[in-house]
Design a protein around this ligand. Structure first.
Ligand code: NAD
Length: 454
């Protein structure tokens, strides 16, 4: 498999893909290894995960360069991701022993009722490229902590990062018969679906997620899906500082070139501040430096996948043909590499793809609204349900809107952020199940109820 640098189109490296035989060997190895991993204490497992975290932090520069070169993520953002993902490890260290402890529920007469949280067994983690540390840790570190063996398939667009993570897990003392990495794209993913895993944990697009859920349904094993979004932001007229709101909204829309599952994908602005907000927003986005992702000053790198250039151009053309105008950008760059100009589309409406389909790129639609009711109606007009954000001052008004949202996460005066303390989950086409928090670890265990009469 050729690993292509999205900034140049050059081949970085050629690596071997897994085959049905290598995958079967890996699964057999994991099935044996998991028997000894599951009987270790949570603290023993966490010791190794803590060591892994230290090794990763020591290697940040080397790992950030790998991530930046193979996905096009600007180097500063690559560093931020790797350093930031460490909060999952801190959170696990602090909480996992109590989350996984044998839970005494009640003693009634001479009957003691309690719960043991047993691991699922050997799980498959089919993952995405846009935040391989964050979304990877959310699954494989929690699964390992709970006593499972893991077959981890990084995306074909972040395979070198997947291999680098695997090497460091081994260095930290995670046995090879507990964690295996598989290399390849859709075909390798398909083979994994056909094998005998005890759970499927997927991060990626809605279409692949739906396919996976259908393919493995007959196995009756847990399936978890972290999928895409079309996340709305509503900017009310009473934001304390319109310029600051515009700067925050721009960052939420364009960070990682908009390739974040919880990026702001559409913005509704009160008509009372629309012109002023738009002016600040355009000013801010105009300062974003687009270029070589390994350059310290770059804010927008190339898109990871070349095919997304066509998808974004299509959204722009579709919007223009239905009456929208382009306030900034609008085109792919003509030089080599998968570059698309930071693009702001205005006068949008919900007949346009840019307001309905996931864009996953440096492009945003902005629409004027005249009331909270109109904003709520438009925010809810989506097939997705990952996050929804409101910027404003009046807590009561904000609260009504956040309660009305049908999404896994709601934000007030912030956006595009994930915390290990609370569940991360999508509704509707954004997914099934939760990662992070106590709920995130429960995804990797099965309860065994004890009814004991000593
Ligand atoms: P994708 O669906 O194209 O690929 C995801 C993974 O699935 C890859 O490893 C790929 O090789 C594998 N795959 C593809 N076809 C398969 C098949 N038929 N059988 C088995 N495996 C298969 O998604 P992507 O482009 O890697 O990721 C981008 C998407 O992920 C966006 O929609 C984004 O919003 C979403 N995402 C969601 C979250 C979240 O937490 N909700 C986080 C990150 C990304």
């Amino acid at each position: 498999m050729k690993i292509i640098n999205p900034a140049t189109g050059n081949i970085i490296e050629e690596i071997s893909e897994d085959t049905i035989k290598t995958l079967a060997d890996k699964l057999n190895l994991l099935k044996t290894g998991q028997q000894s991993w599951k009987v270790k204490t949570v603290e023993e497992r966490l010791d190794k995960i803590e060591k892994f975290g230290e090794i990763i932090q020591g290697d940040v520069e080397e790992l950030a360069l790998i991530l930046s070169t193979e996905t096009g993520k600007p180097i500063q953002q690559a560093r931020n991701e790797i350093k930031g993902a460490h909060n999952r490890i801190d959170h696990l260290m602090l909480n996992a022993p109590k989350w996984l402890a044998h839970e005494k529920v009640i003693q009634e007469g001479n009957t003691l009722e309690s719960i043991e949280y047993e691991p699922l067994g050997v799980i498959a983690n089919i993952s995405a490229w846009n935040y391989p540390y964050n979304v990877g840790y959310n699954v494989f570190l929690y699964a390992l902590t709970a006593g499972n063996g893991v077959l981890y398939k990084p995306s074909e667009y972040s395979s070198l990062t997947g291999k680098a993570i695997t090497k460091r897990l081994y260095q930290a003392g995670i046995p090879e018969n507990i964690f295996q990495c598989s290399i390849g794209g859709r075909e390798v993913g398909q083979l994994i679906l056909e094998m005998d895993f005890d759970g499927y944990f997927f991060t990626g697009s809605y279409s692949t997620g739906k396919y996976i859920a259908r393919e493995v349904a007959h196995k009756l094993v847990p399936v978890q899906l972290e999928l895409g979004g079309k996340d709305p932001l509503y900017v009310m007229e009473d934001v304390p500082d319109i310029k600051k709101a515009a700067i925050n909204a721009a960052e939420g829309s364009f960070y990682n070139a908009g390739q974040s599952c919880c990026a702001i994908e559409r913005i509704y602005v009160s008509e009372k501040i629309y012109e002023s907000f738009l002016q600040y927003f355009i000013e801010e986005v105009s300062t974003y430096r687009l270029g070589d992702p390994t350059d310290e000053n770059t804010f927008i790198g190339p898109l990871t996948r070349p095919q997304q250039l066509t998808a974004l151009s299509d959204q722009v053309k579709d919007a223009q043909s239905k009456g929208a105008s382009i306030a900034l950008g609008g085109h792919p760059l003509k030089n080599s590499g998968n570059y698309f100009e930071p693009t702001i589309v205005v006068n949008t409406n919900h007949s346009m793809k840019i307001m309905k389909d996931e864009s996953f790129g440096p492009i945003i639609g902005i629409q004027k609204v005249s009331s909270d009711e109109e904003a709520i109606e438009l925010m809810l007009d989506t097939d997705y349900g990952l996050t929804s954000a409101v910027f404003g001052s009046d807590e009561e008004r904000v609260d009504i809107i956040l309660k009305a949202m049908n999404s896994g996460t709601v934000y007030w005066n912030c956006c595009d952020r994930v915390s290990p303390n609370i569940p991360w989950s999508g509704r509707k086409n954004s997914g099934l199940g939760s990662t992070l928090s106590t709920q995130g670890i429960r995804a990797f265990v099965q309860p065994k109820s004890y009814q004991m009469r000593p």
